[in-house]
Design a protein around this ligand. Sequence first.
Ligand SMILES: C[S@@+](CC[C@H](N)C(=O)[O-])C[C@H]1O[C@@H](n2cnc3c(N)ncnc32)[C@H](O)[C@@H]1O
Length: 421
Amino acid sequence: MRLPPAIIGLTEEVLREVLRFTGPADVTLSRYFRDHPKLGSRERGVIAEAVYGLLRNKLVYTSFAESGNGPTMRRMTLLGLADAVGADSLGGLSEDETEWLARVAEIDRRLLPAQMRANLPAWLYEKLVARDGEENTLQLADALNTPAPLDLRVNSLKAAREEVIATLAEAPILCEPTPYAPLGLRIIKKPSVQNLPLFKSGAIEVQDEGSQLLAQIVGAKRGEMVVDFCAGAGGKTLALGATMRNTGRLYAFDVSEKRLAKLKPRMARSGLSNIHPVLIAHENDAKVKRLAGKIDRVLVDAPCSGLGTLRRNPDVKWRQTPEAIIEMNAKQTAILSSAARLVKTGGRLVYGTCSLLDEENEAIATHFLATHEDFSLVPMKDVLAEQKIALEMDDYLKLTPHLHHTDGFFAAVFVRKPSSE
Ligand SMILES: C[S@@+](CC[C@H](N)C(=O)[O-])C[C@H]1O[C@@H](n2cnc3c(N)ncnc32)[C@H](O)[C@@H]1O
């Protein structure tokens, strides 16, 4: 069925707003939909898909849009919509526009300049090419510009992975076990899971496989004292709590009241009662100091550029700047250093990000080791062997969408040496 011609104007309107990059694209879209309550779910889906497609392919589409007659923004919108639903499904196109879309569809994108094909800003593209070479960067960019599948984590307190697979099949939702995370499921077609009884009962949570692995390498055990220092809405907190079998004490720190508030209903669904959310003013808050030297395991899932999550948040690559990343580096160093004080002798400290950049990853880990003689690195290959995760890594965990089909993640594991060492 053809879409009503009005969808073009509506998409163009919200696209203009999104491309101002004054806030995250998903927030702008939600606000737009709230302000336009008459839009049906199909229209909303199409508009969102068109906007996300445009953000993923912005460089290529801008160049195509500039090639035709008429306003560029309308042409960008048509490209996004044609990508989302196919040009044949669009009502209200002029003859000229129909022909132009057909011509553009014939262009061999392999002939475009490499940075344009990568659809990455120049500063990021150049940084990645300098490190990984052009071919690897193009492969990475291709994976980052492809929408992610939907990954779920089974809450082992409530169900076994096999049971969940069987229940989902009745829906019918087909999924497969994730290759590395023992409780993960991957759904290729993305159904809405929020209304499923499995979700409402807390048997499943939405969580990328990479994020599940980051929680797993903390190695939290029954009865331990654990801190999730940057808990946010608690994606990893919930995974840690289940690994601890709902025993011990798991502190969920964050500076954002709004994010911690989102953790509460998730805690209630999960059946976990070992989690203690704590709002802190900053990383040196007195609430942190009180626990110094008492904690078995600390996870620092640090605030970062988020460039590893472009499959889900394609606007991030256009909103990030090298200057913002330098500021972030200072924050990451400060948070890691403060969180380290919590770790008891022999305890584990994990630093993780969803960034692809060395300066947010290895550089922070190396600097930490150079300035904290009482900590040493636990090579990631040892941690993965301990956790029986079948991944080949050297010192650090480095997950990328083109190699591991997860979001981009980095992690380093440190241990606090016994004082005699
Ligand atoms: C990558 S996000 C965490 C995501 C979360 N762990 C999850 O799995 O869903 C980083 C978090 O760090 C928090 N944050 C920023 N500055 C902080 C600080 N100084 N101390 C603690 N948390 C901080 C942010 O509010 C944000 O929620």
